[in-house]
Design a protein around this ligand. Sequence first.
Ligand SMILES: NC(=O)c1ccc[n+]([C@@H]2O[C@H](COP(=O)([O-])OP(=O)(O)OC[C@H]3O[C@@H](n4cnc5c(N)ncnc54)[C@H](OP(=O)(O)O)[C@@H]3O)[C@@H](O)[C@H]2O)c1
Length: 299
Amino acid sequence: MKKRVLITGANGLLGQKLVQVLAEEYQVLATARQPEPVISVEGIQYLPLDITDMSRCKELTMEFKPDVILNAAAFTHVDACEEQKELCWKVNVKGVENLALCARKNMAQLVHFSTDYIFKGTDGPYPEEAYPEPLGYYGKAKLASENVVRMAGIPYAIIRTNVLYGIGVGVKTNFFLWVYKNLSSGKPIRVVTDQYNNPILAEDLAEGVRLLLQKSGYGVFHMGGEEYLNRFDFAIKIAEIFSFSRDLIQPITTDALGQKAPRPMQGGLKIEKAKKELGFQPRTIPEALEYLRTQLKER
Ligand SMILES: NC(=O)c1ccc[n+]([C@@H]2O[C@H](COP(=O)([O-])OP(=O)(O)OC[C@H]3O[C@@H](n4cnc5c(N)ncnc54)[C@H](OP(=O)(O)O)[C@@H]3O)[C@@H](O)[C@H]2O)c1
């Protein structure tokens, strides 16, 4: 019998890729706040679920009896979290508490997603055991959510990721989409030269999750891309692959840009553990961008 996997936030970027990657091997229940799914995948059941609604969480998990809950739901807008702290806490911490409780009641594993923004960003890329010291409210809430998962007395995995990019149906913009949209319409962009991470294609993260489930991975895993680079250099790579003018990309420092939430400058994640223990192997940036170029052509 197929294992039963409940996915929250299934209409988000990662959620959509998880549904697609896991559909064949698992009995998947996709859930999100909207009344309907944004993608339809054969054999996938969909039901609305707001993770902050405890009685609905209980009801759905009692009915579906998941073996695994994958929590891809989150309030992910880093600057908005600085201004809407209550909402950020409600979704990113309280929502996770609800899921942890339901996982416990159903003896299910909880797989939760976190971020390199739990680190200070003075000496990244960071290994799993590095000391967390978040700078902004989003990072603080995500760290609190990790602690909720760790303390819940359930089998869990926490997957930290960073600069997730890709194409989805009706998804919130991500770095790739923002650069692509502007450069393809000839609009100049200012991109920071001093924020470093290792961006990952959403499909590669979803594949990492598939491997984690297959190998019954437990504990904390870092999943990012292979290349460690700053946002400006990433934008230049996008321009190169898509033959956009590099002159449209203007370098700027984080200080001059004045984003609302403080950012870790030297963030990013070491991915050796996931590679060694799970066989995780993300695409290189040129490979990932070529993949996206094909996807865009086929649309
Ligand atoms: N994107 C990145 O660069 C990045 C980096 C590090 C870590 N992560 C983590 O990776 C995970 C997935 O991120 P993503 O990029 O796929 O984000 P995303 O595209 O913003 O998807 C998150 C989804 O969660 C949904 N959601 C928000 N509040 C909810 C609620 N109360 N109940 C149910 N669903 C709710 C959102 O839907 P609506 O608001 O439309 O309902 C959205 O579809 C998150 O945990 C995020 O923190 C992402």
